[in-house]
Design a protein around this ligand. Structure first.
Ligand code: NDP
Length: 444
């Protein structure tokens, strides 16, 4: 296999899907060498079968807004690969959602899920519907209309969706409610459910906590820890919130967070009391992050910018794809940043990743460091199958062990001759090998 040639074919077939091609290119480049050690993979054309999703569902969603007007949005579900378990991956509701973005997310998911050690395949879905500014009733009607279509393609042993950007406990609850009505069954078909109806303790915290556990492991390889570190975080949603909380618990200090309008920088650090206020702002009032200044005027708010120019020891991009570019990466390195741990999916551009790797600082791709979310989703599926719920401590211990295992696999497959750990290569090769073996064993 020649990564360049495969990419050219995909570029010809899918010319208008830049995010998808970006994610594929990263994986192809890092697995090329290992792939070519296995001539049988080439004979089975494993690479194209792994790059192109099993199937894509695309549908129109009609719903009624509060004024009685009918609105139209697009809905999608991409079932990418189910070699090691049912399709599994989140649902994203955001105005920017399109096929390319969901295809990149779905493509990364089987590798990530493979790393978790749990039996889950990969998929992703969503809509260009934005819950921002909508009433609860509008969000409910949209979720119901979305599941009227999506419902026929999913199931506890087929495809198990969860949350992502714009989809939290509220949206999962509405989707689950509609799905249950349609199927007349109470199953674990969605994860991220409320605690009262089959959700797992620690699922809301899992992605952020897991990312910080992974960061801890990376720092340990340098004999270092989170304690005393200043951390620039982007995003102020689910992942950013719990990443900040875990950083605080481990003695570090978050100094920034953001939303799509801009970022706040608090020179005194975001402590637990300020964190509680951010939780109230974002989850209670569903307000903009700029409101932080109304209570903490010592902070600054920068409209339309990212936080990467602020001096920090560690950066955790936790908002969205391509939110940290090459120039911003160079600025982080120049300011003494020693580690970049992705909470979001593909937040760093290829140019930014190159800057971090050339500078030999610790850098982990989201595929590895944000896998805690889907891991606890997998644990939620196990609990649903058992019809039991585990304690928070039990789930946290398992999450911790999974993140340590993912880190160890990255080190195993990604350590270079000079001892530098290329976590991109490590995660991609480790994730790929398991999916590839399962596909080989199952024939075509
Ligand atoms: P949320 O919707 O809870 O929060 C997203 C945050 O990012 C918000 O602050 C949002 O701001 C901001 N954001 C969204 N889109 C953009 C954009 N285009 N530009 C700038 N900021 C933006 O989502 P999550 O926290 O769940 O997800 C964040 C990232 O983590 C995503 O990349 C997601 O795929 C990834 N992830 C999430 C997992 C989970 O379990 N939730 C699991 C693994 C990965 P605003 O409010 O203004 O839109």
């Amino acid at each position: 296999m020649e990564a360049k040639k495969v990419l050219e074919i995909l570029q010809r077939r899918f010319p208008n899907e830049p995010e998808y091609l970006q994610a594929v290119e990263e994986v192809l480049n890092s697995i090329e060498e290992e792939y070519n050690n296995h001539p049988e993979f080439e004979r089975y054309n494993l690479i194209e079968r792994l790059c192109i999703p099993d199937r894509v569902y695309e549908f129109r969603v009609n719903w009624m807004d509060d004024s009685g007007k009918i609105q139209t949005n697009m809905g999608y579900r991409i079932q990418h690969n189910n070699a090691i378990g049912p399709y599994k991956g989140g649902i994203r509701f955001h105005s920017s959602v399109n096929l390319s973005i969901l295809k990149f997310l779905a493509f990364e998911q089987p590798f990530k899920n493979s790393l978790t050690t749990l039996p889950m395949g990969g998929g992703k879905g969503g809509s260009d519907f934005s819950p921002r500014g909508k009433s609860d009733a509008e969000v409910m009607r949209f979720c119901q209309a979305f599941v009227l279509e999506l419902g026929r393609h999913i199931g506890p042993n087929i495809d198990v969706p969860a949350g992502d950007i714009g989809v939290g406990g509220r949206e999962v609850g509405y989707m689950f409610g509609m799905y249950k009505k349609l199927t007349r069954e109470f199953t674990g078909t969605f994860t991220g459910k409320g605690m009262e109806f089959g959700g797992s303790l620690l699922r809301p915290e899992a992605t952020g906590y897991g990312a910080v556990y992974f960061l801890q492991e990376m720092l340990k390889t340098k004999g270092d820890s989170v304690k005393g570190k200043k951390v620039a975080v982007s995003g102020a949603g689910n992942v950013a919130q719990y990443a900040m909380k875990k950083i605080l618990e481990l003695g570090g200090t978050p100094i920034t967070c953001s939303d799509s309008n801009g970022y706040i920088y608090d020179p005194d650090g975001i402590d637990m009391e300020k964190w509680e206020y951010i939780m109230l702002l974002k989850n209670g009032y569903r307000a903009r992050i700029s409101k932080y200044l109304e209570k903490y005027p010592n902070a600054k708010y920068v409209e339309g910018a990212k936080p990467w120019g602020e001096k920090c020891d560690i950066a955790m991009p936790c908002a969205t794809q391509n939110e940290l570019n090459g120039e911003q990466a160079a600025q982080l390195v120049a300011n003494g940043c020693i580690a970049v741990c992705e909470g979001a999916n593909m937040p760093c551009t290829p140019e930014a990743i190159k800057v971090f790797q050339d500078a030999k600082i610790l850098y982990s791709p989201g595929k590895a460091s944000n896998a805690g979310g889907v891991s606890v989703s997998g644990l939620e599926m196990s609990q649903n199958s058992e019809r039991l719920s585990w304690t928070a401590e039990d789930v946290d211990n398992r999450l911790h062990t999974i993140m340590e295992t993912i880190h160890a696999n990255c080190v195993k497959y990604g350590t270079e001759a000079d001892g530098y750990v290329n976590y991109v290569k490590g995660a991609n090769v480790a994730g790929f090998m398991k999916v590839a073996s399962a596909m080989m064993a199952q024939g075509i």
